[in-house]
Design a binder for this molecule. Structure first.
Ligand SMILES: Nc1ncnc2c1ncn2[C@@H]1O[C@H](COP(=O)(O)OP(=O)(O)OP(=O)(O)O)[C@@H](O)[C@H]1O
Ligand SMILES: [Mg+2]
Length: 589
């Protein structure tokens, strides 16, 4: 009878003992929880009072989970940059400190994903995997942790790889007016990294949604999403979100760099980033400076781009190459933001709308483009060929205007222009079709020895196509040597030359018929201006007296006048027909 009651008593006593022990062992701890209130709200900015302990750039949380960054930390008030939709916020709402800075999820799981700067997915592949978060603002590597840029980053765009080479760890600015092909250059560079062990981050800041969709589609179609992360702040987002986007993207890229990987990051584009920062600064009532930008506009870009580097072996040897993009207005590269970025970066690729209109795509203006370190990282094979090419191309660009007026040109000028036109024709390249290194070398080599000079301009595209096809089948051991640091040996040169000569042979004009060359000198003493023009068409295809297949003599004979209607003779007989031809020319224009 008494047994159940005693059991119950024991159980109750036990429970109470447990409770008492729990109560005794509990030590109340005071956790200060700072809560402030919104005093005012404006576009993308909130002013908050009552957060005395908040730190600079600390995250604060608004009702509904919306985050903001404490940007202006004043004695009585804090100016907070809002990172999202702020329509539901009201003055008087509560604001909490979080005690941490803005961070973003990083890791391998991001590859192939499209995310926003806070790490939220924008594609339909579900939550972003990865539990490691890195702050979006990180210090740049120290000087002693860096190494010289020594490995090229092939863009697959011939004009860039030849004339303004980019090295791994370099910052190379892409600038040009709107719709000049800036994004296309950057995306093509990402596409070309396929199979080259380079990871890519494409950061779109306030682009049109259609432009971002197009870029992502191009990356996906080109199979580049496997090694690419896309970080997007859409054009209609809060300016605060646009402002942190490139920093977040840089942290994502740095994660891979710290793991010893080579990484390429594209900022498309920093003009929008600068505008977002200007908007924030003006709303925060910071004093406006030149072009109404705040005084620290240089610093926001320099501290971001200084994070791109080539790390030393002790730090893993990774690299982060940056291709920031800037939009110019009316080709004014000396405006405030473009000059800032030109001075921060290690060179620039200028895209000219004039070339774009002419259909010379990609519209790289060789004269205004420069790479301050890439040359050191360029492969020897390129360097030996491309040096002369840049000079010849720049000279041509300078002289080209003269040719437009139908001016009579002396031989050497005409030769420079003819050669330049062929260089330009070789550099024309459609979008999304990167050119492999061996093919590039084949074309550049043929250009440098003047093999193309005899190919008619209208057949250049065909010539380049043939030559690229042939160069792609170059003996593998020669192709392998091209990508080493060694100079091209004479034997390799010979192999490439033979390939090029053979590929271009069908497009070379036939050797001049012997009898046609002879009457010309005879007509000269007759002095008739009219007959002198007649032989021109017959002689025009004959500027190459030597057989095209003979390798060595290519250097000089190639470029003889063609447009002026002068009979193009071998150098020996040149002086004679020349004067009447000029006389004949006069009436023509
Ligand atoms: N190499 C090329 N061959 C053919 N078309 C090209 C080439 N490069 C760019 N284009 C075309 O030029 C147009 C503009 O290119 P893109 O969008 O890259 O320019 P953008 O300078 O980035 O423009 P925005 O200022 O709007 O950002 C596009 O329609 C693109 O398809
Ligand atoms: Mg663009």
């Amino acid at each position: 009878m008494s047994t159940p009651a005693s059991v119950l008593d024991a159980a109750i006593a036990h429970a109470f003992t447990g409770l008492r022990e729990g109560r005794e062992s509990f030590a109340p701890k005071l956790t200060p929880h700072e809560v402030g209130t919104i005093t005012s709200i404006s576009t993308g900015i909130a002013t908050v009072s009552g957060l005395p302990g908040v730190g600079f750039e600390e995250l604060v949380r608004f009702p509904g989970g919306l985050l903001g960054i404490a940007f202006n930390v004043d004695e009585k008030e804090v100016g907070v940059v809002l990172l999202g939709d702020y329509e539901d916020l009201r003055a008087g709402d509560e604001v909490e400190r979080t005690g941490r800075v803005t961070d973003v999820v990083v890791g391998e799981g991001l590859l192939g994903r499209v995310i926003d700067p806070l790490g939220r997915p924008l594609d339909d592949k579900g939550p972003v995997p990865g539990n490691e978060r890195w702050p979006v603002e990180r210090p740049a590597p120290a000087i002693m942790d860096r190494e010289a840029v020594s490995v090229p980053l092939q863009t697959g765009i011939m004009v860039i790889d030849a004339l303004v080479p980019v090295g791994r760890g370099q910052r190379e600015l892409i600038l040009g007016d709107r719709q000049s092909g800036k994004t296309a250059v950057a995306i093509d560079t990402i596409l070309n990294q396929r199979g080259k062990n380079v990871l890519c981050v494409y950061c779109a800041i306030c682009q049109r949604a259609s432009a971002v969709a197009k870029a992502v589609a191009r990356l996906r179609d080109g199979g580049a999403m496997d090694y690419t992360v896309v970080v997007v702040a859409e054009g209609n987002e809060a300016p605060g979100l646009a402002y942190i986007t490139p920093y977040a993207a840089t942290s994502i890229a740095e994660y891979f760099m710290e793991k010893g990987r080579d990484v390429l990051i594209v900022y498309d584009d920093l003009t929008h980033h600068a505008r977002a920062y200007r908007e924030l600064s003006l709303l925060l009532r910071r004093p406006p400076g030149r072009e109404a930008f705040p005084g620290d506009i240089f610093y926001i870009h320099s501290r971001m781009l200084e994070r791109s580097t080539h790390l030393s072996k002790e730090r893993g040897g990774g690299s982060l190459t940056a291709l920031p993009i800037i939009e110019t207005e009316a080709q004014d590269i000396s405006a405030y933001i473009p000059t800032n970025l030109i001075s921060i970066t290690d060179g620039q690729i200028y895209l000219s709308p004039t070339l774009f209109e002419l259909g010379v795509l990609p519209a790289v203006d060789a004269g205004k483009s420069v790479s301050r370190v890439g040359g050191a990282a360029q492969r020897e094979a390129y360097r030996s060929i491309a040096g002369d090419l840049k000079l010849a191309y720049s000279q041509f660009a300078e002289l080209e205007t003269f040719a437009k007026f139908g001016t009579r040109l002396d031989d050497s000028t005409r030769r420079i222009i003819d050669h330049g036109q062929r260089i330009r024709a070789c550099f024309i390249q459609p979008e999304s079709q990167p050119v492999a290194m061996a093919e590039q070398i084949g074309v550049l080599f043929a250009l440098s020895v003047g093999l193309f000079d005899k190919v008619p301009l209208e057949k250049m595209a065909e010539g380049v196509r043939n030559l690229r096809g042939a160069a792609a089948k170059m003996p593998p051991e020669v192709a392998a040597r091209l990508s080493t640091a060694d100079k091209l040996s004479d034997a390799d040169r010979k192999v490439i030359l033979d390939i090029a000569t053979l590929a271009l042979a069908p497009l070379q004009p036939p050797p001049p018929p012997k009898p046609a060359a002879e009457p010309a000198p005879e007509k000269k003493p007759a002095g008739g201006p009219a007959p002198a023009t007649k032989p021109a068409p017959a002689a025009k295809p004959g500027p190459a007296p030597k057989p095209a297949s003979a390798a060595p003599p290519q250097k000089e004979p190639a470029m003889k006048p063609e447009a002026t209607g002068k009979p193009a003779d071998p150098p020996a007989s040149a002086p004679q027909p020349a004067p009447p031809a000029k006389a004949a020319d006069k009436p023509a224009p």
